[in-house]
Design a protein around this ligand. Structure first.
Ligand SMILES: Cc1cc2nc3c(=O)[nH]c(=O)nc-3n(C[C@H](O)[C@H](O)[C@H](O)COP(=O)(O)OP(=O)(O)OC[C@H]3O[C@@H](n4cnc5c(N)ncnc54)[C@H](O)[C@@H]3O)c2cc1C
Length: 393
């Protein structure tokens, strides 16, 4: 067992830390205006490209950084310190694209995305299909030239800057869940709402309607009927990233709260000398240290096992544990700051709002618990609670 950063991981962490600091200077603008100006978007994109960390999940032969999962976790944890979703400025193609693009789709979508010339939004969720994707009502009907798509997609993150969607629809008449690459500028694609959310995010999460949108046969990503597998692959990847972000956010909140507790004097002493504050700081340090270790370990295991299916439950455990821990740490940080913790200018207040989402998107905590429980039912607890390679006889 080796728990130290290798020279390569330390270097990636340093590089990601530098990029994080540069992106942090855009937090106030984002909080004030609810998004970033065109000029700021241009700058953050240039910073992401210069760092060499954009499209870090894409293989080197497509121009990406080709980082392993452990490497990505180290980088994403640094980026997770950013409030207002500024980590999203360091874009990542979806796992679905990476797994299933044909040579032509690679040229048309993946490679331009890696270079920052085109962006994709994941259009999965619908009004009646959230946790349970069996409710997908967006249809793709066969035509002489390809498919005609009709339906509504909600909460499409980066939908404002996306050039295309990775969209889940059911082909007719057999209702086969299938992933499509759908250009946003096609006739019949319409943004129907840009809702406001609890957080102030650097990009938007709009709702879209698709009315008789005609796409060619070559718009199918992977095979007809393979849509749920590709969605699952995308979500598993995003869940580890989310867990890493949660740890970055939690560490920042704890660092700010502990600095404050060490200098703020009330009741005749620095508040860190008050035992109730000490308890909150100690619990938060435990939350960060324990969950960080587990998130790194799961990423390390993913790097060693090609069959992600058996690791889905571990990924779910990491997401639940890290995001719920981040919620507790952020809540305590606000409390330790007192009234100042409720000011929007204080990053802990923004972290408090930001991390709330992490228990909802990419699979709610409840549904992730079902994934863990199903694994226990199918294979027992052994795969979940042991290190891989341990003798379980
Ligand atoms: C800001 C934001 C950005 C998003 N970005 C995207 C995006 O880019 N692309 C995309 O496709 N989607 C996106 N989503 C959607 C997100 O993934 C869904 O909101 C999430 O999957 C939950 O679905 P739902 O909102 O329909 O809730 P529901 O599925 O309706 O769940 C409601 C409640 O019921 C619980 N529940 C549901 N099923 C069960 C069960 N079987 N057992 C126990 N409890 C259950 C849930 O845990 C939850 O508490 C985004 C959402 C938000 C808020």
């Amino acid at each position: 067992m080796e728990f130290a950063y290798s020279a390569r991981l330390a270097e990636l962490k340093r590089r990601a830390g530098e990029l994080t600091k540069q992106l942090m200077s855009y937090e106030d603008e984002c909080e004030r205006n609810g998004s970033l100006s065109e000029e700021s978007r241009h700058h953050v994109k240039a910073l992401a490209l210069d760092s060499g960390l954009a499209a870090m999940n894409a293989p080197v032969d497509s121009g990406g950084a080709g980082l392993s999962w452990l490497e990505q976790v180290v980088v994403e944890e640094e980026l997770g310190q950013l409030t207002n979703g500024l980590w999203a400025a360091v874009w990542r193609p979806t796992a679905a694209e990476l797994l299933a693009c044909t040579a032509a789709q690679r040229e048309q979508y993946l490679i331009p995305e890696v270079r920052g010339l085109r962006f994709g939004g994941r259009a999965i969720t619908e009004p009646a299909a959230g946790s349970d994707l069996r409710g997908i009502a967006t249809t793709a009907v066969r035509t002489t030239k390809g498919y005609r798509i009709n339906g509504e997609k909600w909460f499409v993150t980066l939908g404002d800057v996306a050039d295309y969607f990775v969209l889940l629809a059911v082909t007719q008449p057999d209702n086969a869940p299938t992933m499509f690459l759908v250009d946003k500028d096609l006739p019949g694609v319409e943004c129907i709402e840009v809702p406001r959310y609890t957080h102030q995010f650097a990009f938007a999460h709009p709702h879209f309607r698709f009315t008789d949108v005609e796409v060619g046969e070559d718009a199918v990503l992977g095979a007809v009927g393979e849509g749920l597998r590709l969605t699952q692959a995308t979500f598993s990847e995003e869940r580890i990233v989310l867990a890493a972000h949660a740890m970055g956010a939690a560490e920042r909140a704890l660092a700010l709260a502990s600095d404050w507790a060490r200098e703020r004097v009330q009741g005749g002493d620095r508040i860190i000398r008050h035992q109730l504050i000490q308890g909150m700081l100690a619990d938060s340090a435990i939350d960060v240290a324990v969950n960080r270790t587990f998130v790194h370990r799961v990423a390390w295991e993913v790097d060693r096992q090609s069959d992600l299916k058996t690791l889905n439950a571990k990924v779910a455990m990491a997401k639940i544990a890290a995001t719920e821990a981040a919620g507790r740490v952020a809540d305590r940080a606000v409390q330790i700051f007192g009234g100042r913790g409720y000011l929007r200018a204080n990053p802990v207040e923004r972290i408090y709002r930001d991390v709330r989402l992490d228990r909802i998107w990419m699979g709610t905590s409840e549904v992730q618990r079902l994934v863990v429980a199903n694994e226990i039912d199918k294979r027992g607890i052994s795969t979940l609670v042991h290190f891989s390679g341990a003798d379980r006889s």
